[in-house]
Design a protein around this ligand. Structure first.
Ligand SMILES: Nc1ncnc2c1ncn2[C@@H]1O[C@H](COP(=O)(O)OP(=O)(O)OP(=O)(O)O)[C@@H](O)[C@H]1O
Ligand SMILES: [Mg+2]
Length: 325
């Protein structure tokens, strides 16, 4: 991942530029927390974490339990003279309270000239209109291939007889496993790798993909499709097939060394019934990638949630999977 697109670096830039309120959207509290701690330690800042259940946790691990109230913690932050980062977890529940919103506008104004910043850390993005101009939003990226590789290596390092594992024998195998795990959180990836080792004694792509299917199903917007279609079942479309064979090679580690980027997408446009969906399924088989179907009807359905939130949740890292509409 390029330095300037790394979410951790982006947060650091906002903190240094004294953005008073930063909203980090992520399920991975532990991973974000480690990154923030690394940053505050390097910058000699303190890091305080607030939750509704514990109140405010100070740098030394002690708690101020009287500060469980969402307004009281803001008052504490206002009067504190620490050079600190205040991480408020799951604060989105209170962002529809008019008193909290007013208080946050006051806090945002006051914090601009201090060395204090507030970070909202939550898996759900909910910013009231009144605060849109005060809050900077960062979607914390899921682990990229490099991070997932590190997870595989960490697991193998703790294993007896690890030298027999395929992933350590063949770099292509490692690449495929890591690719299959893209879109999972670090914790989900760690769990599924461990499960695969227990079940099969190897890192198994099938197990990783079936776990991903479960997780995708829970999101409610994307549908996982088991593609059995073969490219030879698709008649005609020879130019497209030639292009797919050529570009398919761009997924290999060799192509990456050469500096080729992975294909980002194909737009198939044609009259009904000419084989667009069939081709999408055949591509999944050919490139050995999972096929996800984005149901536009579900995205705009008010039952599943607001549509922006749905599109946000359907956003997978590049190279993760072909998606058919
Ligand atoms: N090029 C083709 N080769 C083989 N079979 C085809 C081809 N085009 C269409 N078919 C057959 O027609 C059926 C419908 O095709 P498909 O669902 O891929 O069309 P589509 O382009 O996605 O249509 P729509 O625009 O309605 O979604 C397929 O299941 C397949 O059996
Ligand atoms: Mg179709």
């Amino acid at each position: 991942m390029a330095e300037d697109r790394d979410s951790g670096n982006m947060i650091e830039i906002l903190i240094r530029a004294r953005y008073p309120l930063v909203y980090v959207v992520s399920f991975e509290e532990g991973r974000v927390d480690r990154r923030l701690r690394g940053m505050t330690d390097a910058r000699r800042k303190q890091l305080f974490t607030w939750t509704i259940t514990n109140g405010l946790e100070l740098q030394d691990g002690s708690f101020i339990t009287e500060l469980k109230d969402p307004i009281k913690v803001l008052e504490y932050i206002l009067q504190s003279d620490a050079n600190a980062l205040f991480v408020l977890r799951d604060y989105h529940h209170y962002l529809n309270d008019p008193v909290v919103v007013r208080k946050l506008r006051d806090v945002a104004h006051a914090l601009k000239i201090t060395r204090k910043n507030i970070i909202f850390l939550s898996p759900v993005l909910k910013v009231p209109t009144e605060l849109e101009k005060e809050i900077a939003v960062i979607d914390y990226q899921l682990p990229d291939k490099q991070e997932l590789c590190a997870i595989v290596k960490k697991i193998t390092a703790s294993l007896d007889g690890a030298e027999k594992l395929d992933v350590l024998q063949a770099p292509e195998k490692l690449d495929k496993i890591v690719e299959a795990a893209l879109g999972l959180t670090a914790e989900e990836a760690e769990n599924v790798f461990a499960k695969s080792l227990v079940q099969k004694g190897q890192f198994d792509i099938g197990i990783v993909l079936s776990e991903k299917e479960q997780i995708i199903r829970k999101s409610g917007v994307l549908e996982y499709y088991h593609a059995n279609e073969k490219m030879k079942e698709v008649g005609g479309l020879d130019e497209l097939k030639t292009w797919l064979v050529k570009r398919g090679k761009a997924f290999t580690p060799k192509a990456r060394e050469f500096g080729l980027s992975e294909p980002r997408g194909i737009l198939l446009l044609g009259i009904p019934g000419c084989g667009k969906s069939l081709t999408a399924k055949a591509i999944a088989g050919m490139w050995q990638l999972p096929l996800l179907k984005l149901d536009v009807g579900k995205v705009f359905s008010s039952y599943v949630g607001s549509s922006e939130e749905n599109v946000r949740r359907a956003n997978l890292p590049k190279g993760a999977a072909p998606t058919a509409l």
